[in-house]
Design a protein around this ligand. Structure first.
Ligand code: ZN
Ligand code: ZN
Length: 575
């Protein structure tokens, strides 16, 4: 009887814990803290001098936490300004109206300056965030996040790549223009989330493409254009749900000769009606409720090889994770955004990779046991530091011995607990960026009033467009690329949508000529945001499968026009 009572009591307690509800202190929405959340907070709570400093439950809902992290990342807005070390003109993600010292990346990586020169003692009379704000304002910043690149001055978050231009989040690539979320791509333009591909144009969410244009949600395709969810195709046009085929147009097979004849005719006829017909067809075919591949006990969208992970989005190789946005290869992590591999036991972080045991960090790489730090690299055991590389046992950019460090850290945590700062991510006001130049603006668009009312940073600063003598409206450009003279490089083109002028560069012109593509009529920003509009909202909605009626959660809300099927119905329809 006693045992039964104990078991019943435990079950009852578990039930209460499972259903722990909190109100978000920002949006006031209700959110749930589960039993496994509590286990995770316990697991990552750090220990100093045998005392565990518990991570408490969050005060914001997962979505507000995501938004708060994203205000710390500016990927696309780049400006001209002066390097505060060398005086030269540089490209930087920090607009010139900001009062920070900014060093060009080469100087920043050099030993010609020492971030420990800015070290401070912790002042127990002031709050942590107040003092950290002073420190991050003082320490010079890296102009753009770049490493091991050649001939790629106008980029951000790019590594190990050559000849990259106006692109963000790029690794191991070359000859790439106006693209985002790219790994191992050679010769590409206007791409989003593409890997291991070559000679590609205007494509999204695909892998292993060669000589492809307008290809979405596909893999292992070559010499093809306008594909949707296709695999292993060669010489195909306007196809969907097709695998292991050659010489198909609108999913109909042709002889090789006939295919080439039709394809050549389409190029000559500019293909507008057929493109329209293709997009109408794509709109009309049923959509999968979410894009999941090899996913076990996990939720949300665009996941591949994911196990036991909830509320994760656009991620690969996750295990036991929660509230993760754009990531690959991660175990036991929660509340993290954008991106990179080999992370374990990390909580509340953005723009990072190769981290173990890390809590509340912004852009830290290759670090262990790092807490409340900004932009630290190849370091261990840091508390409240910024822009340090190859350091350990530092607090507020000041060097301590291991013993001193382990004595002082607990005292500062106790002070943070009193100020309700321990376990909370950095307040949005600490971000060095305006809300409207960060990725938060892309995921959670707000107008000026909303930005200000929600206490995010705001500025109307716009980089002046460089003076150009010759501007041509886009609709005045010759349609055929063979009629475009080299002199176009000396002109600015006026975007037909935003009226903002833009230029094209020589390798870009060569790309259009090689692939027989017209000069774009839209500014790169307009093209980027049009691609972003093709993404579903980053929300799960309750809706029914349009075939079997089963209740499900989908990124397609119930009021949208698309026909949406559950996993089972979709599989039956496609295969
Ligand atoms: Zn909220
Ligand atoms: Zn169904």
């Amino acid at each position: 009887m006693f045992i039964v009572k104990v078991v019943m009591r435990r079950r009852f307690i578990n039930l209460i814990i499972k259903n722990m509800q909190k109100n978000c202190k920002k949006c006031n929405l209700n959110f749930e803290i589960t039993n496994s959340d509590l286990e995770f907070y316990k697991k990552i709570s750090p220990k100093f001098w045998d005392k565990v400093f518990e991570i408490s439950t969050p005060t914001l809902c997962p979505e507000c936490r995501q938004q708060r992290r994203l205000v710390f990342r500016n990927e696309r807005k780049l400006y001209k300004r002066k390097c505060d070390a060398t005086g030269e003109s540089i490209i930087s993600m920090y607009s010139p109206d900001k009062n920070f010292k900014v060093y060009n990346s080469d100087f920043w990586w050099s030993d010609k300056w020492n971030p420990l020169d800015y070290g401070k003692d912790f002042d127990f009379g002031k709050s942590f965030f107040e003092q950290f704000r002073e420190l991050i304002s003082d320490v010079p910043k890296m102009s753009v996040v770049v490493l091991w690149n050649d001939n790629s001055p106008y980029v951000n978050y790019v590594g190990n790549s050559n000849n990259i231009y106006m692109s963000w989040d790029v690794l191991d690539s070359e000859n790439l223009y106006y693209s985002n979320m790219i790994k191992k791509v050679k010769n590409g333009l206007d791409l989003y989330d593409i890997q291991d591909s070559e000679e590609c144009y205007e494509s999204m969410y695909s892998q292993r493409l060669y000589n492809c244009k307008y290809v979405n949600w596909s893999a292992d395709c070559k010499n093809s254009s306008y594909l949707f969810r296709c695999y292993n195709l060669d010489n195909c046009l306007f196809c969907f749900w097709l695998s292991n085929k050659k010489n198909h147009i609108f999913n109909i097979p042709y002889t090789k000769e006939k295919y080439i004849e039709i394809k050549n005719r389409i190029v000559l006829w500019e293909s507008n009606d057929l493109v329209k017909k293709y997009f109408e067809k794509i709109k009309s075919i049923p959509k999968q409720f979410c894009h999941l591949r090899n996913v076990e006990n996990s939720s949300w969208d665009i996941l591949k090889n994911v196990k036991n992970s909830q509320n994760c989005y656009q991620s690969i190789e996750l295990n036991n994770c929660k509230n993760v946005l754009i990531w690959f290869n991660m175990n036991d992590c929660m509340d993290t955004s954008i991106h990179n591999p080999n992370c374990f036991l990390d909580y509340e972080a953005i723009s990072w990779g190769e981290l173990k045991n890390a809590i509340v960090n912004n852009f830290c790489w290759y670090c262990n046991n790092i807490y409340y730090s900004f932009e630290c690299l190849y370091s261990n055991n840091l508390f409240w530091c910024t822009w340090l590389k190859n350091k350990q046992y530092c607090i507020f950019n000041k060097q301590y011995t291991k013993e001193e460090y382990n004595k002082l850290v607990p005292k500062i945590i106790e002070k943070m607990k009193i100020d309700w700062e321990w376990w909370e991510f950095f307040p949005a006001s600490l971000s060095p960026f305006w809300y409207n130049e960060t990725v938060a603006g892309e995921y959670f668009p707000l107008n000026k009033e909303e930005i200000i009312n929600q206490n995010f940073n705001y500025s109307e600063y716009e980089a002046p467009f460089p003076k150009v003598e010759k501007i041509i409206p886009a609709n005045k450009l010759p349609e055929n690329i063979s009629d475009i003279p080299d002199d176009i490089l000396n002109w600015a083109i006026e975007c037909e949508i935003s009226k903002k002028p833009f230029r094209i560069i020589k390798p870009e012109l060569e790309f259009y000529r090689k692939h027989n593509l017209p000069i774009p009529h839209k500014h790169p920003d307009v093209r980027h945001f049009e691609r972003m509009k093709l993404r579903n909202p980053r929300k799960l909605f309750d809706r029914k499968c349009d075939k079997c009626g089963v209740e499900m959660k989908s990124t397609y809300s119930a009021d949208r026009d698309e026909i949406v099927y559950c996993e089972g119905c979709y599989e039956k329809e496609v295969y």
